[in-house]
Design a protein around this ligand. Sequence first.
Ligand code: NAD
Ligand code: MG
Length: 334
Amino acid sequence: MEKQITRRNALGKIATTIAVAAVAPAAFAQSQNKKTNPAMGPDLTDPTTKYPRPPFKRQFQPFPGLAGKMDPIPDHGEKTYVGSGRLMGRKALITGGDSGIGRAAAIAYAREGADVAINYLPEEEPDAKEVVALIRQAGRKAVAIPGDIRTEEFCKTLVARAVQELGGLDTLVNNAGHQKTHESILDISTEEFERTMKTNIYAPFWIIKAALPHLKPGSSIIGLSSVQAYDPSENLYDYAQTKAATTSYVKSLAKQLGPKGIRVNGVAPGPVWTALEVSGGQTQENIEKFGEETPLGRPGQPAELASIFVQLADNSASFTTGHIYGAAGGSGQP
Ligand code: NAD
Ligand code: MG
């Protein structure tokens, strides 16, 4: 009983914080978790028209790109995500938490009651500052740890700082990723190949190794796979194989860590409107028609994936480990 009252009080606090934070009109009119008056009938949102559809304006930003400079600006749930205390008191580290899918997870985690550390590249400070402010507006602790995850040394420092500043760690989202389109394998330099491998495969390996001694039973690790793991595009030769590797590490580690009570799962998005795509991840031709091939006829927005990250971290998903959750608008696997 004592516990329930504490939780309810905490939920009340979160609701107040969000009400204060969500004063500006939404970039996209529809809500994620709209509370409805039952007399008004169900809250049905047509997914085909909920968000912008192609054609998109051609646009290019130098890597790593900023979400704040995209047109249209992606929806990460800033104005819409409403939490309900599902991750109260949790301590999460999210790589690439400044923008895109990682930002959507960071906002949702904070509004669900978690303290959140985000990692990002120093060039992404403007995006990261916005996320830090949003986490604090949710009444949670925000820790910003800029740095390049392509060295083991930094990955160790990253985890050590997150553990120290959060006072522990129980949720790790290995979300950072590098994707660059190349028409031919002959166009991929060894340096470029190495960047993709180091960011997408080595860094999660180093970060998980550093984090593991701190993870207690009930903790959750989440990796970022992709539809590319199952149906690789001709122009993403190096990137696609890193996503297949991610699916594999998730399944292997789930078996290894299951007996220790640590769950390991993955998320496999289809086309999602993020900085990665407009900073070399796709050709300009593909940007223009981005998401067109999905049955919903549009790309996903990061906000549409947030609830998956919450679910995979939540204690209520205690029998879910070794799985890959998809969000691909109808044409992806698994
Ligand atoms: P994003 O550009 O918003 O996020 C990727 C982040 O990775 C960047 O913000 C950056 O902080 C981080 N990053 C890249 N290289 C880094 C490095 N060397 N050191 C530290 N951080 C680095 O794009 P996103 O689409 O949200 O990407 C998030 C994840 O989702 C990636 O793993 C990506 O492969 C995966 N994914 C994206 C899509 C999509 O369509 N956008 C589809 C499937 C999978
Ligand atoms: Mg970014």
